[in-house]
Design a protein around this ligand. Structure first.
Ligand SMILES: *[C@@H]1O[C@H](CO)[C@@H](O)[C@H](O)[C@H]1NC(C)=O
Ligand SMILES: *[C@@H]1O[C@H](CO)[C@@H](O)[C@H](O)[C@H]1NC(C)=O
Ligand SMILES: *[C@@H]1O[C@H](CO)[C@@H](O)[C@H](O)[C@H]1NC(C)=O
Ligand SMILES: *[C@@H]1O[C@H](CO)[C@@H](O)[C@H](O)[C@H]1NC(C)=O
Ligand SMILES: *[C@@H]1O[C@H](CO)[C@@H](O)[C@H](O)[C@H]1NC(C)=O
Ligand SMILES: *[C@@H]1O[C@H](CO)[C@@H](O)[C@H](O)[C@H]1NC(C)=O
Ligand SMILES: *[C@@H]1O[C@H](CO)[C@@H](O)[C@H](O)[C@H]1NC(C)=O
Ligand SMILES: *[C@@H]1O[C@H](CO)[C@@H](O)[C@H](O)[C@H]1NC(C)=O
Ligand SMILES: *[C@@H]1O[C@H](CO)[C@@H](O)[C@H](O)[C@H]1NC(C)=O
Ligand SMILES: *[C@@H]1O[C@H](CO)[C@@H](O)[C@H](O)[C@H]1NC(C)=O
Ligand SMILES: *[C@@H]1O[C@H](CO)[C@@H](O)[C@H](O)[C@H]1NC(C)=O
Ligand SMILES: *[C@@H]1O[C@H](CO)[C@@H](O)[C@H](O)[C@H]1NC(C)=O
Length: 772
């Protein structure tokens, strides 16, 4: 018996010491694994300096061990500036429950060995540069609760077995290059709360079995290439708070009872698909909405009443074919006056008729963006619009509005983008506009505005664009307006009745790229100070009564591409320096110019110049068929006629050349199309985020031209088009980047001016700082 007890004790002792040595051996493995992990990190930062022999590894920074055994249970080294690859030895840390390496610079693949971490609950590898496929056997980590792979460069398909992670609650793989279909096994993610696969390249449809995920609350697969119809079962998941399927290719209709089956929905982002049919009237029953994004679909009919959504911040319904041009089309607006948190209301590019209702004056004072452009809205702008003190974007362009611009507009102290172009507005431009120092763009083109341009506009020292063309404006150009040094993109005052001379102050526009003051009644000489506008690429002063010589100071306009001085009374010789500039087109026709035509630069190309309708020109290249220049003495009258007769047809042929060049090349730069009135349009192509990033030098601070509560504006040069763009980054509509997000954005800012480069915009959610 006693020997038995002794044996037992002996065995105990043996066993104990064996356990200890076994445990020691195991923890030795952990230490070696950690060192192997460190070895794969090039140039280890400060954070890993404590990983040395002077400390037990359980005290190394970022390492947490369990109490009982000295085994690593947590490794948290997020945001530690680690650069390198993830060692396969990580798979030997067999007690690991948490691994956080997000926001570093890990490259190469995620090692397959990760599948040995069967105790792992939290795996966060987001915001690195991992490449390759998601390890197929990651589904062996059956205890995973949270799996975050977002913001990497992962490719291939989602592993077929992923669905067996029955405890998984959060799964984010947004912002990668994952393709293929959604694995059918997803139906078995029975604990899932959040799925975020935005910004990938998933194909095919959403399996109908998705309806089995009864705990799903956040479901975002926006900006993929998914197609088919949205399965009805998805609308049965009453736990859904956030549903985003934007920027895909879904078609079909929304179920009429949608607002009843998804009573908790707060965010509905289904914009940029091919959805059709009516907007379900039951949306009104989902009273928790904060954002409804329906833009860019093919819906029809009227907008149902949307009252009782006290938390609604964004209602985006642009370009979806709503409205019938009828009087009551806008009646849904009455139901929005109780949404006291409304910040953005975009209904532009639809078919809404009726009168702009006074009720808009009662909208939330938090409203920042109101875009009603390109509809058939009548009536006048209510005086109460001045109540909407948070507005930063007000777009009412391309409607049938009449009456005058209320002077209460001056109360909109946050207004940055203001578009009223292409209406029938009359009266004068309110001088109170000068109270809005946040203004960046004013476009009132193509109205019937009268009176003079208020000098108070000179207070708007953040203005980038001022467009007042095709109105009835008279009086002189105020020198204050030409002293807006921020005016860097457009100054367009063409086709008005402006008189007086071009003020000397024009020389202060040193950053301006585009100036069009054509077709007015300006007189006097071209001021020498114009030579200071060194950024000018396009200068149009044609169709005025300008006289005197072509100012020698224009020599310093080195960026100039298009110059039109035609249809004035300019006299003297054609200055030789015009041939030294990098002009692509030059129109000097119908002036009183005389003497020798230069032969270099733009003058070498008959299709780029127009010089007809001048008195006494001679010389130039042979194809111009001008008479030879005689000695400096006065020329005989007879040759004048010849020059005229020859020059006119040549100019005409030149025009045809320019036109066909435009037609065939789809010229993307703005080119002055000489005196025929071809639209001076700069076509707007969808622009990819990466191009914008490149254009703005990575949204660098040097390119920042304006910032405010409304967001930031960057100036950039699009490499592909050579077009200068302003990129506006919104704070508000953070729906995430996408291949086509520019479309929505462009319409939201919605600049319809023909001369304007579109002001592009991006979302803050796109990660402007570019850590992805
Ligand atoms: C080792 O780690 C300790 C503790 O962080 C630190 O004080 C020491 O400088 C480190 N030694 C080396 C050689 O990095
Ligand atoms: C990412 O890490 C950098 C330092 O490496 C830090 O400045 C930044 O705030 C981190 N970002 C996030 C989102 O944690
Ligand atoms: C640790 O992992 C590496 C790579 O997976 C493997 O080669 C090695 O044998 C493992 N070491 C131990 C002691 O298990
Ligand atoms: C990755 O970066 C984005 C943008 O900075 C941030 O919102 C997100 O939380 C980060 N993800 C992780 C896992 O840190
Ligand atoms: C992703 O990979 C592509 C090419 O494979 C590369 O150009 C890009 O820079 C990578 N992006 C990141 C965030 O590592
Ligand atoms: C995945 O696990 C299976 C066993 O479940 C194994 O046969 C296979 O080799 C593993 N694949 C990889 C790539 O590790
Ligand atoms: C889901 O799990 C069940 C039970 O384990 C299994 O029979 C079924 O095949 C799984 N579904 C898919 C699509 O893998
Ligand atoms: C998107 O899916 C369609 C088929 O639905 C396919 O023709 C197209 O090539 C896909 N586009 C991309 C970018 O994968
Ligand atoms: C939605 O749920 C209801 C009630 O639970 C059920 O009768 C119906 O079949 C479900 N519809 C779909 C498409 O799953
Ligand atoms: C839906 O909302 C409307 C309007 O508020 C209300 O009349 C109706 O009873 C609601 N339906 C349900 C099922 O709650
Ligand atoms: C707005 O709220 C007020 C007070 O709660 C209510 O009397 C009114 O009917 C509501 N208007 C709409 C359009 O829902
Ligand atoms: C706004 O502008 C008007 C007209 O220019 C001026 O009389 C008024 O004082 C200005 N108000 C403020 C608050 O600046």
């Amino acid at each position: 018996m006693s020997s038995c007890i002794l044996w037992f004790l002996f065995l105990q002792v043996i066993h104990h010491s064996f356990s200890i040595s076994f445990a020691r051996g195991e923890s030795e493995i952990d230490k070696l694994s950690l060192l192997a992990f460190k070895a794969q990190i090039s140039d280890p930062p400060e954070k890993l300096s404590s990983w040395n022999e002077s400390l037990p590894f359980c005290q190394w920074s970022g390492v947490t061990c369990g109490r009982r055994h000295q085994r690593v249970i947590e490794l948290d080294l997020h945001s530690s500036q680690l650069v390198g690859s993830l060692s396969p030895h990580i798979g030997n840390l067999s007690f690991l429950r948490l691994l956080r390496l997000e926001n570093n610079s890990f490259t190469n693949t995620i090692p397959q060995e990760i599948d040995r971490l069967v105790r792992l609950q939290t795996l966060i590898l987001g915001n690195n540069s991992f490449t390759g496929e998601i390890p197929a056997n990651i589904s062996h980590c059956s205890n995973l609760l949270s799996l975050n792979l977002e913001g990497n460069n992962l490719t291939g398909n989602l592993p077929a077995g992923l669905g067996s992670l029955s405890k998984l609650q959060v799964f984010s793989f947004r912002k990668n290059n994952l393709g293929g279909k959604i694995p059918p096994s997803f139906e078995n993610l029975s604990s899932i709360i959040e799925i975020d696969g935005t910004l990938n390249n998933l194909q095919g449809g959403i399996p109908s079995s998705i309806g089995k995920l009864k705990t799903l609350s956040f479901f975002s697969l926006g900006s993929n290439n998914l197609s088919g119809t949205i399965p009805l079962s998805l609308y049965n998941i009453s736990s859904l708070l956030h549903l985003s399927l934007a920027h895909n290719q879904f078609h079909g209709t929304l179920p009429p009872n949608m607002g009843l089956t998804l009573p908790n929905l707060q965010y509905l982002g289904i914009h940029d698909n091919r959805l059709s049919g009516l907007i379900p009237a039951t949306l009104i029953n989902a009273t928790k909405f904060t954002g409804i994004y329906l833009s860019y679909n093919e819906f029809t009919g009227k907008v149902p009443t949307l009252a009782s959504m006290p938390n609604l911040r964004v209602l985006s319904m642009q370009a979806i074919g709503l409205g019938n041009g009828e009087d009551d089309d806008l009646s849904f607006l009455y139901t929005l006056s109780n949404s006291s948190k409304l910040e953005a209301l975009a209904i532009n590019e639809n078919n809404f008729g009726g009168v702009l209702p006074d009720i808009i004056s009662n909208f939330s004072t938090k409203l920042k963006q109101m875009t009603f452009g390109s509809n058939q809205i009548r009536g006048s702008i209510p005086d109460g619009i001045g109540n909407l003190v948070s507005l930063d974007t007000l777009g009412l362009e391309a409607n049938h509005l009449t009456g005058s611009i209320p002077s209460s507009i001056g109360k909109l102290q946050n207004l940055a983008d203001f578009f009223l172009n292409e209406n029938k507005l009359s009266g004068s431009i309110p001088s109170s506009l000068g109270n809005i120092t946040s203004l960046m763009q004013i476009n009132f083109d193509q109205n019937n505005l009268q009176g003079s341009i208020p000098p108070s506009l000179g207070n708007c020292q953040n203005l980038l664009v001022l467009a007042l063309s095709q109105n009835n404006l008279s009086g002189p150009i105020p020198k204050e307006v030409l002293s807006i040094s921020s005016l860097s993109m457009y100054l367009v005052l063409s086709e008005n009745q402006l008189t007086g001379s071009l003020p000397f102050e024009v020389g202060k526009l040193v950053t301006l790229g585009y100036m069009d003051i054509s077709k007015n009644r300006l007189s006097g000489e071209i001021p020498a100070s114009l030579g200071s506008c060194e950024s000018l690429e396009h200068l149009y002063l044609d169709g005025n009564f300008l006289q005197g010589p072509i100012s020698e100071s224009l020599r310093s306009l080195r960026a100039l591409q298009d110059l039109n001085l035609s249809h004035n009374n300019l006299s003297g010789q054609i200055p030789k320096f015009l041939g030294d500039l990098k002009l692509q087109s030059l129109d000097l026709s119908f002036n009183d110019l005389e003497g020798e035509v230069p032969m270099n630069g733009v003058f070498e190309n008959t299709s780029a110049i127009s010089i007809s309708g001048n008195k006494n020109l001679c010389g130039g290249i042979l194809q111009l068929n001008l008479p030879k220049c005689r000695s400096k003495s006065t020329k005989p009258k007879s040759s004048t006629k010849l020059a005229l007769i020859v020059a006119i047809p040549c100019g005409f042929i030149g025009l045809i050349f320019i036109t066909s060049f435009l037609y065939f090349c789809c010229l993307k730069k703005s080119l002055r199309k000489t005196k025929n009135d071809l639209a001076r349009e700069i076509p707007f192509q969808g622009v990819a985020y990466k191009d914008l990033r490149q254009a703005t030098n990575g949204f660098s601070s040097e390119n920042l031209i304006g910032a405010g509560s409304f967001g930031s504006v960057y100036k950039g040069l699009l490499a592909s088009d050579g077009v200068i763009v302003a990129v506006k980054v919104f704070n508000l509509l953070r729906e995430g980047a996408s291949k086509s997000f520019m479309r929505e954005c462009a319409a939201l800012t919605n600049i319809r001016h023909r001369n304007l480069v579109k002001v592009l915009c991006a979302y803050a959610g796109v990660d402007v700082q570019g850590s992805a």
